[in-house]
Design a protein around this ligand. Structure first.
Ligand SMILES: Cc1cc2nc3c(=O)[nH]c(=O)nc-3n(C[C@H](O)[C@H](O)[C@H](O)COP(=O)(O)O)c2cc1C
Length: 209
């Protein structure tokens, strides 16, 4: 596997081949990669919604400024954040650690209490921004995994989060959409696939001290 070759191969795909579907195995890699994404404290206040059904996706195109990737891709991934972070999120997380690692309660207790008070100290807006930061890490991780797996993708923040939340009734799930990632396989005639990558010279982008 040549990592750089795959990162050069990937591009923000504008036109997907609507007839090409991702296999269950490939989709499984993507969902697992999402769940393996590192998050601050490991709290995972983000959620991935995977939509294959085109009927559900149809009204989402207009709400993404008519970007057709949303419909033509094999699957549409929506990265969401929790609207609120509750004490139970922290408690469930520490219960999970206890179950998985057999960590004694006396060791976990102070960490759990610290994290609960830290989360309580965040306003709803600050908490949502904090979760949004995690969502971007997940986006980057998924884009790289897609590249390595030979899956095309298009990172997207060009959509109306309010409209997506309404259409998909995300409010009822306590979620807010923050990022889209249509995934699948590029159409043969997507001209963007042939464009050269535009990046700063490496010496300008990286400072080595
Ligand atoms: C956070 C983020 C949001 C983006 N939103 C959109 C979008 O809404 N629509 C789109 O076609 N491309 C979108 N892009 C793609 C960028 O324009 C593209 O990644 C960038 O120009 C570099 O090109 P490349 O990915 O093809 O190498 C987005 C990229 C990122 C990282």
């Amino acid at each position: 596997m040549d990592t750089i070759k795959q990162l050069e191969w990937r591009y923000a795909t504008k036109k997907f081949d609507a007839s090409k579907k991702l296999s269950k195995a490939k989709l499984n890699v993507i969902t697992q990669a999402f769940n393996l994404t590192a998050t601050s404290f490991g709290l995972q206040t983000i959620k991935l919604i995977v939509i294959e059904d085109k009927k559900i996706r149809e009204p989402l195109v207009e709400a993404a400024y008519h970007q057709s990737q949303v419909l033509n891709a094999s699957h549409l991934l929506i990265i969401c954040i929790q609207k609120n972070i509750e004490d139970d999120d922290v408690k469930n997380y520490y219960n999970n650690i206890k179950d998985i690692r057999n960590t004694p309660e006396n060791i976990l207790k102070p960490y759990r209490e610290d994290l609960i008070s830290m989360m309580q100290g965040m306003s709803e807006q600050v908490g949502q921004q904090w979760s949004t930061n995690q969502a971007y890490i997940a986006l980057g991780n998924l884009m790289t995994v897609c590249a390595i797996e030979g899956i095309d993708s298009c990172p997207m923040e060009g959509f109306s989060s309010t409209k997506y939340d309404e259409i998909l009734k995300l409010d009822e799930k306590g979620l807010k959409s923050v990022l889209l990632l249509p995934i699948g396989y590029r159409a043969e005639d997507d001209m963007f696939a042939t464009f050269k990558k535009v990046r700063k010279p490496i010496e300008e982008a990286v400072i080595i001290i």
